[in-house]
Design a protein around this ligand. Structure first.
Ligand code: TYM
Length: 347
């Protein structure tokens, strides 16, 4: 449906966001942040928010939330997001997100949301007890993107379905309220070729995630060199040596994951990694992987430590980012209000 629509005439814009779940991990970096920085450095207009409104969809401690927002913003910046070039801000600081989310809740269909696999995963067996916000979470995500008329969204593979929903919402709104005119773009995911799906170090079939109770399942962006080396040494593997061909990784999820991480860290393809390490055991490969991870993370964690030590400076950057974001969102929300027919004097 959406692909047949006329082209969107607005400028290219980038938006993405992460939940403030404490520290970020290597999956966040390789799957998303790396792409954020590349897009920023290619000269695109970028908006990178910390999605603290999404954090309310599950039980959370209000006293910890502001610090976690600062920590996430510091991690963005430590990874190379430059707040002078990209707007870095807290989602809740720009109320237009919430305002557009309500309009989109009336655009999205129940059936579309019922298909979202992430809700099913997060709500678990007792979905009746999940918050309504957890269910409508992807609608707020669509508003995050479209309130800036963002055209491209750098994310890991797990967000693809949410992006499809954003496209469906934009297309439906354009059809229902704009006579088919492309007022909202249909945002495209930008997904890394390697790193889009980093798995747990303990289970190659589960995503590397902050919510895994075992800290050994992930490499955090603020882990020190010894911790990184220890976690990689303990990472689950199988007894076979690495294969020389990609096909040899089929049915070997842990081996595939470690090769994928190495490839993403060294900007190589999995084929190139296997051409170098095929036939070698994990005893030889893991130390190389640990070296690559340490070399890569050390400068990020150093910069992160420097930035978090000055929360007032992070606050100044977040306030400036929110101001810039609110400026761009203002005409978009004003237009959406008019299009749905909200009252205003003389309307
Ligand atoms: P979140 O906070 O779970 O994850 C942030 C980003 O990190 C990516 N990611 C991964 N990539 C590869 N391997 C992994 N193991 C891994 N774990 C996480 C995610 O794909 C994501 O890009 N719903 C979003 C937050 C959000 C958002 C938005 C994103 C809210 N509004 C608007 C883009 C645009 C989420 O929960 O991401």
């Amino acid at each position: 449906m959406s692909d047949a629509a006329p082209a969107y005439a607005g400028p290219d814009r980038i938006l993405s966001g992460m939940q403030p779940t404490g520290g970020l991990h290597l999956g966040n970096y390789l799957g998303a942040l790396k792409g954020w920085v590349e897009l920023q450095n290619s000269g695109s207009e970028c908006f990178y928010c910390v999605v603290d409104m999404h954090a309310l969809t599950v039980a959370h401690d209000p006293s910890l939330l502001p610090g976690r927002v600062r920590a996430a913003a510091a991690a963005y910046m430590a990874a190379g997001v430059d707040p002078d070039r990209s707007a870095v801000f807290a989602q809740s600081a720009v109320p237009a997100h919430a305002e557009l989310a309500w309009i989109f809740q009336c655009t999205a269909r129940l059936g579309w949301l019922e298909r979202m696999t992430q809700f099913k995963d997060k709500a678990g067996k007792d979905a009746e007890r999940a918050s309504v916000g957890l269910f409508t979470y992807p609608v707020l995500q669509a508003a995050d993107i479209l309130v800036y008329k963002a055209t491209h969204v750098p994310v890991g593979e797990d967000q693809k379905q949410h992006l499809e929903l954003s496209r469906d919402i934009a297309a439906r709104f354009n059809r229902d309220f704009c006579g088919g005119e492309m007022k909202f773009p249909l945002p495209e995911p930008v997904i890394q070729t390697s790193g889009a799906r980093i798995m747990s170090l303990k289970d190659g079939t589960a995503k590397m995630s902050k919510s895994d109770p075992s800290d050994n399942s992930r490499i955090n962006l603020d882990d020190d060199a010894d911790t990184i080396a220890r976690k990689i040494k303990k990472a689950k593997t199988d007894p076979e040596p690495l294969p020389s061909e990609l096909a040899g990784l089929n049915d070997r999820p842990e081996a595939k994951n470690l090769v994928g991480i190495y490839a993403a860290l060294t900007n190589a393809t999995a084929e190139q990694v296997l051409a170098e390490y095929g036939g070698q055991g994990f005893g030889a490969f893991k130390p190389r992987l640990a070296e690559a991870a340490v070399e890569f993370i050390a400068p990020i964690s150093e910069e992160y430590a420097r930035l978090v030590a000055d929360p007032a400076e992070i606050d100044r950057k977040l306030a400036k980012g929110a101001e810039r974001a609110a400026e761009v969102a203002a005409p978009v929300i004003a237009e959406a209000r008019d299009l749905v027919g909200y009252w205003k004097p003389g309307a």
